[in-house]
Design a protein around this ligand. Structure first.
Ligand code: PRX
Length: 631
């Protein structure tokens, strides 16, 4: 097991070693796992070709490291606590032995349906134990999981299923989210109308919601599990075999399937979890992210289980039945380590301190933040009211593509500075680049955040299109992985993440490409064209501001906004609905037809005092109209 770094001096020593001799450093970390056969070379690769290979030649199965190897000493220890949406419903707990049994059984169910090594499985499920079981069962048999957040609409699911050619889908009848019940199976049925690769659908009954089972295709989870054996031989995987695909948005309209592989991802998620969160053997750890996002993959499932840590899975939302729900769950399950997103903190902060004061948070020892910049006000509120100023608060910066936490304080070890992510983890070499792609050596500077050396859990490819991976991440600045973020370094070399510098909006910690939302809006028959930008939002971090141009002049703006929202909900899902929709007669464009987003961003931000040079616009009057109609 990984022994976390305990002092800042030791961190600095480890960091220096990781830079001077990465192969030796990561080779030693990797010794902490069960491999079926050893690696030949720790790593090889070439950033210019977007190539990186870790522990090549070694074989393993990640679930043996998450489950089997804990059985002797931790068989009866809790692996997972599940807290349902409704506080009145009974919670569920699995020991490592029980989770191992469930995963093995479901692995056998998948194999019985003809799923094997390398096959892709789409998982579209509520936050219930069976979601974790399904993910691990795929890994057990070497199938590639592609979890799709159960908030995406049929159209988006179909795109993801088709892009990766999934053979099987695991879903549920419906899900509970706060006061709502939302169908899942019906959405999958609709998606599958345009997917030809899916042969079987396994359905878990969560909410007794009526579903139509397609004969010969659909199978009930409980029926298939009833007779499944609890012994499931783990598939022998090469370190560089694919573990999962997770779709994420970028600057273009089409989300990309980020690919992570078995060996490097295992080593890095376990290493970063142990060092950032500093778990103790008896700790209960709670990450509030949904498994549909990377945080749920790396730090709700793999990171904690690899370290033998008890992980809590929560089905509900922070504000149901009231804004004290998070703190009630912390109290109820004696949570020691709590990892959430700034958007949740800001919404709970707005609900007032009384909700926090109603519960005992005595057991909390470490707090974490992820997904977007945490503003100072939220940082202090979280630190004072939740952490009672005695829990280190680590702000963790990373991305779907990085697989694991890259820049963050090691809790209780590294210095903290509100709204700063801090120092890089050992093995991670961030740099700030200027406009010309040169490294900025000085501190107290801002620049484009890039990484100059490979790390074990970095993106391997974008599924089915390696050139897209190379162009997106490794081509903008030659010799670097470009993050798409801007950052600042203070006098002590601590990093503060400023935000995206590309056409990506981060809404409540969820990434959307502006082009993706524009494509959805443009599906509305009344719309000729649209431009979407982000703007500062008190709770969500960024809100979505859409400027739309209509084809026809006769329309009712209220109806039109409602219709656009419906179109976006149907195309992507409710989570991508614009917060503001301004109807304009034209978009500000240069004479060559390029939309001047800089101007739209300023209008959306409410900063119209200095719109810069508008003389190059095709029609400068358009800007006046847009400013006058600003929402
Ligand atoms: O802009 C950064 C922001 O979220 C982006 C990555 O989004 P995603 O791949 O969905 O992963 C989110 C969870 C890891 C980054 O490019 N981001 C993430 N964490 C932070 C952050 N921005 C500031 N501070 C953070 N701690």
């Amino acid at each position: 097991m990984i022994q976390p770094i305990k002092t800042f001096d030791a961190y600095q020593e480890a960091y220096t070693k990781s830079v001077n001799d990465p192969a030796q450093f990561w080779g030693e970390v990797a010794e902490n796992f069960d491999w079926k056969s050893p690696w030949g070379k720790v790593f090889s690769g070439d950033f210019s070709q977007a190539e990186s290979k870790w522990f090549e030649g070694a074989t393993l199965n990640i679930t043996e490291n998450c489950l089997d190897r804990h059985l002797a000493e931790r068989g009866n220890k809790l692996a997972m606590i599940w807290e349902p949406n409704d506080p009145k419903e009974r919670f569920v707990r699995y020991t490592f032995r029980e989770l191992h049994e469930q995963v093995s059984k479901f692995g056998n169910v998948l194999r019985a349906q003809g799923v094997g090594k390398g096959d892709r499985v789409c998982i579209y499920m509520p936050m219930i134990p069976e979601l974790m079981v399904a993910v691990l069962a795929c890994a057990r048999i070497g199938a590639v999981h592609s979890v799709v957040f159960a908030g995406f609409a049929a159209h988006s699911i179909a795109d993801r299923i088709n892009d990766s050619g999934c053979k099987l889908v695991v879903t549920a009848d419906a899900l509970y989210r706060g006061a709502k019940q939302i169908p899942c199976k019906a959405v999958i049925d609709e998606a599958l109308l345009s997917c030809s690769t899916v042969e079987k659908v396994i359905v878990y009954e969560r909410a007794q919601w009526p579903v139509e089972m397609v004969v010969g295709r659909d199978i009930w989870w409980h029926e298939a599990m009833a007779s499944a054996s609890t012994h499931c031989e783990p598939e022998v995987m090469q370190a560089e075999d694919m573990l999962f695909i997770l779709y994420t948005s970028g600057s273009t309209g089409k989300p990309k399937g980020v690919v992570h592989t078995c060996g490097g991802y295992m080593v890095y998620t376990a290493y970063s979890f142990a060092n950032v969160f500093q778990p103790k053997e008896s700790d209960v750890y709670w990450c509030t992210a949904d498994i549909g996002w990377i945080t749920g993959h790396s730090y709700l499932i793999y990171g904690p289980l690899l370290n033998g840590t008890t992980t809590l899975v929560f089905e509900g939302v922070p504000t149901y039945p009231d804004p004290g729900r998070f703190w009630q769950v912390c109290d109820k399950h004696a949570v020691n380590i709590f990892y959430t997103a700034p958007t949740a903190i800001r919404s709970l902060m707005a609900a007032g301190e009384d909700h926090v004061l109603s519960y005992s948070l005595d057991k909390l020892r470490v707090l974490g933040s992820v997904g977007e910049p945490i503003n100072e006000e939220a940082w202090h509120w979280y630190n004072i009211h939740v952490g009672k100023e005695r829990c280190p608060l680590t702000d963790t910066w990373w991305q779907t593509e990085t697989g694991g936490i890259m820049i963050a304080a090691l809790a209780g070890v590294s210095p903290l500075k509100p709204s700063f992510a801090g120092y890089p983890l050992p093995g991670i070499q961030p740099v700030l680049l200027n406009q010309s792609g040169e490294e900025i050596a000085e501190n107290e500077q801002e620049g484009y955040l890039a990484i100059k050396f490979p790390w074990p859990s970095m993106i391997r490819t974008t599924y089915g299109d390696h050139e897209r991976c190379r162009l997106t991440y490794f081509d903008t600045y030659k010799g670097y992985y470009f993050t798409g973020d801007g950052a600042k370094r203070d006098t002590n070399g601590m990093y503060k993440i400023i935000g995206r510098v590309d056409d990506v909006i981060n809404v409540s910690g969820h990434r959307f490409g502006t082009a993706e939302i524009e494509n959805a809006i443009n599906q509305n028959t009344h719309i000729a064209e649209s431009a979407v930008v982000g703007y500062p939002h008190d709770i969500k971090g960024q809100g979505i501001y859409a400027f739309v141009v209509c084809k026809d002049k006769v329309f009712d703006p209220v109806n039109l906004r409602g219709e656009i929202n419906e179109t976006v909900t149907a195309q992507i899902g409710k989570i991508a609905k614009p917060d503001k929709i301004q109807i304009v007669s034209a978009l500000p464009k240069t004479r060559s037809g390029k939309i001047m987003r800089r101007i739209l961003r300023k209008v959306a931000e409410g900063d119209v005092s200095n719109l810069g040079d508008t003389s190059t616009l095709l029609d400068p009057l358009v800007v006046e109209e847009i400013v006058a109609g600003k929402l």
